[in-house]
Write a protein that binds this ligand. Structure first.
Ligand code: SF4
Length: 248
């Protein structure tokens, strides 16, 4: 199946040895540490992945996972969602909050999928991006998680990991460069596992406030780790890393 990304602009700028090392280490770590959610099931449909991405916005994965089975059982596809009233959808969404807003967004999305695509999400990135409520991250999540297409799903947490790995500060890593880097890195065949591993690493190891570099499989390739280690050594080798601008 062809890649939705025709060019990988930053591939030339990343050494092939780095690409290979990051993929191998991340996939190995993911096999041992991958979190299980219903929308990550091999059988998850594009509809289910899109619904999960809407539920996950500003909600913990645990809360979204609790609601998800009941939601997709009551509204099993885009047609069911399109036919349902906003009030009924909002009622089902109450446990995860922002229920009226999410219900409105979901109905708009469902209406367009039914009207313009016969009730099936398109499989091309530009078309997915035209749909209301599917941004660059969630469109690529649908492609990779449920449509078997190589795509790198980059949310704000994955951006943080990539920024720390390759840039001196996040300000120097605008979204287009981060996406291009992720496009270069994502494993061609194991793109689902690669995306899941990167998301899980950002949640449990490369955390926003205190990255747990000592547990990270990517520290050998990480600019942040090298810089903070050097600073700690210069400060008397206390073993404590000194925060950099990525910590802000
Ligand atoms: S070594 Fe530290 S900063 Fe670098 S990716 Fe791993 S956890 Fe994040």
């Amino acid at each position: 199946m062809p890649s939705p990304t025709r060019r990988v602009p930053s591939l030339r700028r990343l050494e092939q040895s780095t690409v290979k090392a990051v993929r191998t280490r991340l996939l190995r770590w993911g096999r041992a540490n991958q979190r299980r959610y219903p929308w990550r099931d091999q059988q998850a449909t594009p509809y289910e992945v899109a619904i999960a991405e809407v539920l996950l916005r500003r909600t913990t994965a645990t809360a979204a996972a609790r609601l998800f089975p009941a939601f997709v059982s009551e509204f099993p596809d885009w047609a069911a969602l399109d036919k349902a009233s906003e009030k009924r959808i909002a009622k089902r969404l109450q446990p995860v909050g922002l229920s009226r807003q999410r219900a409105r967004d979901l109905r708009r999305l469902a209406h367009m999928v039914v009207r313009d695509y016969g009730g099936t999400l398109p499989t091309a990135l530009p078309e997915l991006l035209k749909l209301p409520g599917l941004g660059p991250y969630s469109a690529r999540a649908v492609l990779s998680f449920a449509q078997g297409r190589r795509a790198a799903a980059v949310d704000s947490n994955v951006s943080r990991v990539l920024g720390r790995l390759f840039w001196p500060s996040l300000k120097q890593a605008p979204p287009t460069k981060l996406q291009a880097t992720a496009d270069s890195l994502v494993a061609p065949r194991s793109h689902r596992s690669f995306n899941f591993a990167l998301l899980d690493l950002s949640a449990s190891v490369c955390r926003y406030d205190r990255p747990r570099c000592e547990k990270c499989p990517l520290r050998g390739n990480c600019r942040y780790f090298q810089q903070t280690s050097r600073k700690a050594a210069a400060n008397g080798g206390t073993g404590r890393r000194v925060p950099l601008c990525h910590d802000a």
